[in-house]
Each structure stands twice: as C-alpha cells, then as structure tokens.
Design a protein around this ligand. Structure first.
Ligand code: AMP
Ligand code: MG
Length: 414
C-alpha cells in the first residue's frame, strides 16, 4: 500500500491511529534535553531555559535621542525663529563620555545621540533648530521638558524579567540579552537527530542519473527541517537496503543521538529495510488516519534513541515531519511554543478530500485577502508544489468536500 492509497471499506477507520494519538506517542518518546550555558552567538534558535532578569535598566542612563544641545527647557521659553535665545556652549558631550559635568543655568552643552544627559538638563534641542554654534549657540524655538530625551529605564527596568523561560532566542531576543550585559545564557541543548535514508534507487545530487534512479532529496530536506526546528542533524545517506548493514550504521550512534528519523522503506512492498530492521527492535508500525502520510512508525531503538519512521514519498515525509516530529522536537528542546501559527482562510476554489483521514493539502495563503488557493494535486510525490506552498490546509477527517468560499484552517509554514 502506498501512503496515497485511500482507505477502502475493508480497512475501516478503527484500524487507523488518529493523528492526535500518533502525535502524542511521538512526543512521549522524547525527553527534555539537558540545560547548558552557551555564549550568545551560539544560542540562535534555541529555547531559553530560565527567565532572564535584567541586571541593569535600559537605557542604563538618561541620554539624548538627537544630535543637538542639552538645555534647561525654562531657558528657552522665549525663543522663536525670529528671536532666538543665545546661550554659551560650555561642554561637548560625545556618546561614550563618562565624566559629564552638570549643566549650569543659562548655558547649553553640545550633545550627540546616545550621550549621557548632563545633570540639570531636562531637554535636548536638535541641531537643525540651532545655528550649530560651538562657542555660543542660537536656539530657534522652545522645547518641552523631556523632549528628545530617552529616560533611564523607560524600556526595561533593572530587576524585571526581559525574557521568560521557553522563549525561542531569535535575533531580537539575543539583542536584548546583549543590551542588558549578558554574555551567555542557559539553554536547552539542541535535539541531536540522525536523518537516515535508504533506497537502491537513490543517487546523490550532482551525480549522473540513470533511467530508474532518482536523486536523494528527503535526507537533505529533513536535515534542513531539523535545523530549522533548532535541532542538530546528522545525515546517514545511502544506507544499503540490508538489515545487517542498517544495524551496523545505527550501532555507532547509540550514545550520540536523541532521535532517529528515517524516510521510506516502510511500505508493504518487498525490500522494506527500515521495517525489516526496526520491527523487532522496539519500533511499532501503524497506519495513521492522515493523507499524505499514512504509514508511520515510532518507538525506541535498543533502549537508546527514539525512532520515528516517516514515509518515503517526499511530501508525505515533510508533512509527517511537520505534524509529528517538529512539535515533539520543540517540546523536548524546551520551547514554550511548539506549534506553527494557524489561521482561518477563505478557500479560493472547491476541493474534495478523503473520508476518515485528516488531509493536509499544500496551499498559498494571501494574508491581505485572507484567501488560500491550492498548490498542486494531493499526490504525495509532488515536491515542486510543496516548494511553492506557504501553508498546509488542514482538512478534518469527516470533511469530504468543501466549496469555494468555505472557511478552512491553514498552518502557516513561514
Ligand atoms: P518507499 O517507502 O521506500 O517505498 O518510498 C516511497 C517513495 O518515496 C518511492 O517513490 C521512493 O523512491 C521515494 N523515496 C524514498 N526515499 C527517498 C529519498 N530519500 N529521497 C527521495 N525520494 C525517496
Ligand atoms: Mg524504498
């Protein structure tokens, strides 16, 4: 049976595992990865393991938001374009100056963006509203108290939580950690994933292809998906369709992997090495009420790493990774959010779906119109249309047709 095969009447729904049950089973196989401390530059995409409390405020001191002159706003109340107030310039304060003298009444300090506001000043007048003088300066207008001043602590107050445990550390999160002076963070170690592909028909991209062969694509694709999910992949490509060779390859990784994901070799045909090698070794195979991606398996290999066997067809493989592996990996790596954004969209065209199977169709969602259009047919070998899609349409098990204009759930992939 292929993973596109419809459920026939002699294969009733009660034989199928639900998507939710299989997802829960996969998730239960992975335990939280240990916490380790890493320099910020090695934390991208990982989950913060503890709340980060700001040791300092942001900004750490009141400073100028503009290049201009630090003043007392009361000294400028009479200033106009035609009758500027002229003040002596007593100090020059570039950004980074640490010995800033107080501002005496009736004077101005020339000040640059980011420089510390002198004690006594309560506003900055931008250079564009002055004659830019260095001995004395003509100020063409008044300013409100607090104008162009970034107050100490207005962004982050020292002692408050800036990032909560479980937050994915992206660029902005790493930026704020650096801004409060943090050099390293406690994070969950990435999930270490073996990505294994088998199949005598597979050839490495870049090599000559003979009729009857195809390029190996699942390995690279799944390894990239693992990386996108914050994991550390090791590719095991071109593992021979031979049970002994298969075990030999796995044997060398028993202590260094958390998870093995395989693709292919689990259908009902002959030469199904994944099934042959893993069936007696802690992995259970099942049919999940899903399209694409019916043949699934999971378990634990020889009391070592968790195993998830994905179907071989590229779209089935990727969709199964999305539905089962990605959320489990994110949870194991300590992420508070393990699901993609979901939206309700308006279906631009009608569709039909198989009964008793949750279907995931590829689509293009337009966030402006709120419409989603189908990308390619349901076939699980249609990788080109997956590559053009930005979402999966999640069509519930009991729905067999949806007219254009229906509301459908979409899982946003980017
Ligand atoms: P299988 O489950 O091994 O029968 O594979 C199902 C389909 O997926 C077949 O058409 C395979 O050629 C294809 N397939 C399996 N593994 C890969 C892979 N690593 N890269 C590309 N296609 C694959
Ligand atoms: Mg195969």
């Amino acid at each position: 049976m292929t993973d596109d095969a419809c459920v026939s009447s002699n294969n009733p729904a009660h034989e199928l595992t639900s998507v939710a049950d299989h997802r829960a089973k996969v998730a239960s196989l992975l335990t939280r990865t240990p916490v380790e401390t890493r320099p910020l530059q090695n934390c991208l995409g990982l989950a913060l393991a503890e709340d980060l409390v700001a040791p300092i405020s942001l900004p750490p001191f009141s400073n100028s938001a503009m290049d201009g002159y630090a003043v007392r706003s009361v000294d400028l109340t009479e200033a106009t374009q035609d009758e500027p107030v002229k003040l002596p310039v007593s100090e020059d304060i570039p950004a980074g100056r640490v010995d800033v003298p107080p501002l005496q009444p009736g004077t101005a300090h020339r000040i640059m963006t980011g420089a510390q506001l002198p004690p006594g000043a309560d506003a900055v007048i931008p250079v564009e509203r002055t004659d830019a003088g260095t001995e004395t300066v003509a100020l063409f207008g008044s300013v409100q108290p607090g104008a162009h001043v970034r107050r100490a602590g207005e962004d982050v107050a020292a002692g408050t939580t800036v990032l909560t445990a479980g937050t994915r550390l992206g660029a902005a999160q790493l930026g704020v950690a650096a801004a409060v002076g943090i050099a390293e963070l406690p994070v969950h170690r990435p999930v270490r994933v073996l990505v294994l592909s088998t199949g005598s028909e597979l050839v490495a991209p870049g090599e000559e292809l003979q009729l009857g062969q195809i390029y190996e694509s699942n390995g690279l694709m799944l390894a990239a998906a693992v990386q996108e999910a914050g994991g550390e992949p090791t590719m095991l490509r071109f593992v021979p369709d031979d049970v002994d060779a298969f075990h030999e390859v796995l044997q060398t990784h028993l202590d260094s992997a958390d998870l093995l994901i395989t693709s292919g070799g689990v259908s009902a045909g002959a030469y199904e090495v994944v099934k042959d090698a893993l069936a007696g070794n802690g992995v259970e195979f099942t049919k999940v009420a899903m399209q694409p991606g019916m043949p699934q398996g999971c378990g634990r290999y020889r009391d070592a790493f968790a195993v998830v066997t994905l179907p071989g067809n590229p779209v089935s493989s990727m969709v199964s990774f999305e539905v089962f592996v990605r959320p489990a990996m994110l949870a194991a790596a300590g992420h508070a959010t393990t699901t993609r954004h979901r939206r309700q969209a308006v279906l631009a065209e009608s569709l039909v779906a198989p009964s008793r199977r949750q279907q995931f169709r590829r689509g293009v969602f337009d966030p402006v119109s709120g419409e989603v259009s189908l990308q390619g047919a349901p076939g699980s070998h249609l990788l080109g249309s997956l590559a053009r899609a930005n979402c999966l349409l999640a069509i519930p098990e009991d729905v067999t047709e949806m007219p254009a204009g229906s509301t459908v759930d979409v899982v946003l992939l980017d």
